[in-house]
Write a new protein. Sequence first.
Length: 459
Amino acid sequence: MKITKICCIGAGYVGGPTMAVIAKKNPNIQVTIVDINQERIDAWNTEDLSKLPIYEPGLAEIVGETRNKNLFFSTDINKAIDESEMIFISVNTPTKTYGKGKGMAADLKYVELCARNIADVAKTDKIVVEKSTLPVRTAEAIKSILHNTGNNVKFSILSNPEFLAEGTAIKDLLAPDRVLIGGESKDAIEALANIYGSWVPQEQILRTNVWSSELSKLTANAFLAQRISSINAISELCEHTEANVNEVARAIGMDSRIGPKFLNASIGFGGSCFQKDILNLVYIARSYGLNEVADYWEQVIVLNDHQKRRFSDKLISTLYNTVSGKKIALLGWAFKKDTNDTRESAAIYVTDHLLSEQANIAVYDPKVPSSKVYDDLNYLQTRTEEENNSLVETFDNPYDAINDAHAIAIMTEWDEFKTYDWTKIFDIMKKPAFIFDGRNILNKEEMSQIGFEYSSIGK
Ligand code: UDX
Ligand code: ADP
């Protein structure tokens, strides 16, 4: 099966970078990314590559190389579906906020809308690839929608979960540990394997059945998140003993069976995937009556929520049990460095708690726009938008955010935070000047020497 035209529905954090790399590595294939959001598509088409809607190191260069050659961004979804032999579904699948499965199950309405759109438009055979993270057996639902169109078009459905991490998306796409393709049709699987084969060695392209592929994605994220909750659980124990969580992580990480990655104690994991995928796993397990399995994985989330909460609790108790009317400067709002994505960022929940204690919050993040900070807080509906507006201020410059603050809370591990003039920062803060390092990026001795009251995670 020769693929000449690909369409990707959803121009987000997954669709954008993935298609940009596929286009770069397959100059003979025309790749069109479509989205219902006109503003987002306009931003992808903007002349100024520093204004793309997604910040990812290396992405702007690849878009600059391929855009309007074999990579196109459009809102004409029907045209792109009609022309393509292969269609990726890469739309968002947030946790449901209503009805059955509220707060647990994935909301598949956007995926279903895509499937119905494809079913309506397709006049020729198509390979449909699910790229969004989906609960197990979603491909079955897509298949059922597509196969009941009555227009005699043949659809092959593949599951091809994305393992890229934000902030390193381009690096992960260019040199993936593996590519996973689940499906029934051998021809369809090989057609997709050929596209990846332009740059990924064949032995790293795994072929499985659809359900194994879907479940592998949820399981990979659950295992990764579990490591973070495990080390975060130990971090609390370290704070009550003489142990240092960095030393513990190093010691256990040198055991080749454990390995050194994903052992950084932190303020708690965020991002669009970990919590959502574990909740999905828990929901699916419970729906099969597997309560022990569900409880086991649910604890990863319980511990993560606890980690975020105990960070803000500690900040409040250290500031003499009150933050009311005090300025707290937050460094970082993104859920990790090198991305402008803020979904499920710990900063949102820490701020929400501090605002309930009547703190004044000053936010600086090198890549997150001010409007996103307010949107994230308003979305929680803990207080009115007016109250959020009056208690929270955002800054383009870290020194202005920190000026006159009682405390600094480091939320994101941006590299630039390490290079600030911390002596100058000490001088412009109220005394005692507190730092709560939620990412363990600063040096305790140096900070104490300058005069800060410095506390970090797990030490
Ligand atoms: C994750 C998976 O890594 C990726 O394979 C999948 O495709 C999508 O979900 P992502 O959420 O983009 O990727 O970033 P990741 O690097 O996994 O970080 C997730 C969260 O965990 C961040 O908030 C990060 O700061 C935190 N984290 C990560 C830690 O707290 N400690 C660590 O050691 C590693
Ligand atoms: P992800 O991190 O999974 O890429 P994003 O929210 O960044 O998630 O991107 C998903 C994109 O999918 C959004 O830009 C959204 O507008 C788009 N989208 C959602 N539903 C549809 C649809 N039915 N047709 C086209 N685009 C859609």
